[in-house]
Design a protein around this ligand. Structure first.
Ligand SMILES: [Ca+2]
Ligand SMILES: [Ca+2]
Length: 492
């Protein structure tokens, strides 16, 4: 058999050999799939002073929240923090100079929210997030925060910044923040905000460093380095003496860890632009290398980030779905946008599906939408109910039916037979009369037998392993996924 061999591409940046952190989290491998083309990362920091190894980079909408001025002069970085962070995200790469960057073709939006002492106010950060969203940022990197001293969000938080975070994520912008460097068991703010991806720091062993803050809400680790063994994060930046003399500086901290993740997110969004902030976070935590205690733990979150699997993975898997029997079906219907998981990145495959939820799934699976301003059709589904538009859509198409007493019973778990009949009718299949029942545990006298026969013949449903159908048993979310998959992709 002929096998094609390919060269392993190593960028020609001379100092790439010092970037242990890049190989550790598989960034060069991820470059085979994406490099951040067309994706904008806003760096809310001390500004950016581009040196020779950022000369290739495109910068958009630079803005100083202190003066309100725009332009690269306004965001000049005299401290070297924001420039270093920017280097990790998008240093010019394979240019025979200096170091490499993670999302080596991303666009950077420098927003100065910290002054030359590295200090800013919550109003600056809030204004910076607003500026980033209004100017088209896809990702916001926050290598900043304040210590929470044992408090959790929202006790440890800020109202103005919370408002802008929520608006940004609602607009589809992914926010990544440093966990904090105090080594406490509580994250700093805003890493502790539930909508923000919280990044702790690992060293060259891949496990958490002693300075990296952890606790509830920690999502994952990325390399932040440590000084004891000289495992620093190197990029080109300026010293903090105001001279603007560019050089190569090694730094450590969760501030250095977060931009790895921001760069990886930029590559993920190039590879799959439809990923929502929730799917980005779920994909990141589902593709980590688990380190420390098995599963999520307060020191390392879900584990250390892996750029290659995060980028190529399509966000279809959930933390409670591993090698279940329905996973291939699930990945298809999730990527089709028909079903989604929950905000905690679980899918809850064994939970019931209600009748109202089933109708919505079928409407979405048919690539249709709910009717706007729906009327009341069933006595127990007012026009204001979230499901009313979906139920009216299915009712008018002739596949949603209720009960003889005029109710629909939207909150009741749907039975296997009701979902099979809805799905078969929704697909436009005709009932099939047969002399024998389609399954041994149903009868030709059952009201549904012609529909169930059609469902079986058309591949919408299959029986259990023992040949039975069990028509009155409630449908789990896992089973609903399989029915949707069979409906859309019947075996021929
Ligand atoms: Ca370079
Ligand atoms: Ca772990």
């Amino acid at each position: 058999m002929d096998v094609e061999f390919v060269e392993f591409v190593i960028p020609n940046d001379p100092r790439f050999v010092d970037q242990w952190n890049f190989n550790q989290v598989r960034i060069p491998t991820a470059w085979d799939s994406a490099t951040g083309v067309g994706v904008t990362v806003a760096v809310l920091d001390t500004g950016v002073s581009p040196g020779p190894d950022l000369a290739c980079r495109a910068f958009v909408a630079p803005f100083d929240t202190f003066t309100g001025f725009a332009g690269m002069d306004a965001v000049r970085d005299l401290r070297g923090h924001g420039t270093h962070v920017t280097g990790t995200i998008a240093q010019c790469t394979d240019n025979a100079q200096g170091f490499a960057g993670t999302a080596r073709d991303a666009t950077i939006m420098p927003v100065r929210v910290l002054d030359d002492t590295g200090t800013g106010t919550s109003q600056r950060v809030a204004n910076g997030i607003l500026h980033a969203v209004e100017n088209g940022a896809d990702v916001i990197n926050l290598s900043l925060g304040f210590d929470c001293f044992g408090e959790s969000w929202p006790t440890c938080g800020d109202y103005a910044v919370d408002m802008e975070i929520e608006a940004a994520v609602a607009a589809g912008v992914v926010i990544v923040a440093a966990a904090g460097n105090d080594g406490f068991d509580h994250l700093s703010y805003p890493a502790n905000h539930p909508l923000v991806i919280a990044v702790g720091a690992s060293d060259a062993t891949g496990t958490n460093t002693d300075y990296s803050s952890g606790g509830t809400g920690l999502d994952l680790l990325a390399p932040g380095g440590q000084t004891l063994r000289g495992e620093l994060i190197y990029q080109e930046t300026v010293p903090d003496d105001g001279t603007l003399n560019h050089g190569y500086f090694g730094k450590i901290g969760t501030s250095m860890a977060a931009p790895h993740v921001s760069g990886i997110v930029a590559m993920m969004l190039e590879h799959n632009p439809s990923l929502s902030p929730l799917k980005v976070r779920c994909t990141l935590i589902d593709t980590v290398e688990d380190v420390g205690a098995p599963g999520w733990d307060p020191y390392s979150g879900w584990g250390e980030v892996r750029a290659d699997t995060a980028v190529t993975h399509r966000g279809e898997f959930f933390t409670d779905v591993t090698t279940e029997w329905f996973e291939p079906d699930l990945s298809v219907v999730v990527n089709d946008g028909i079903v989604d998981g929950f905000k905690d990145c679980t899918f809850r495959p064994e939970s019931d599906v209600t009748r109202a939820q089933s109708v919505k799934l079928l409407v979405v699976a048919l690539d249709e939408a709910g009717i706007e301003a729906p009327q009341q059709i069933f006595t127990d589904v007012p026009g204001t109910a979230w499901s009313a538009g979906f139920i009216q859509r299915g009712y008018e198409a002739g596949w949603v039916t209720g009960y003889e007493d005029g109710t629909f019973r939207p909150g009741v778990p749907i039975t296997r037979i009701d979902l099979a009949v809805f799905a078969t009718k929704a697909m436009g299949y005709e009932p099939i009369d047969a002399d024998v029942p389609p399954f041994p545990d149903v009868s030709t006298d059952d009201w549904f037998h012609a529909w169930l026969t059609s469902a079986k013949v058309n591949g919408v449903i299959h029986g259990h392993g023992d040949g039975t159908f069990r028509p009155s048993v409630p449908v789990t979310r896992a089973q609903a996924v399989t029915i949707l998959y069979n409906m859309l992709y019947p075996e021929q």
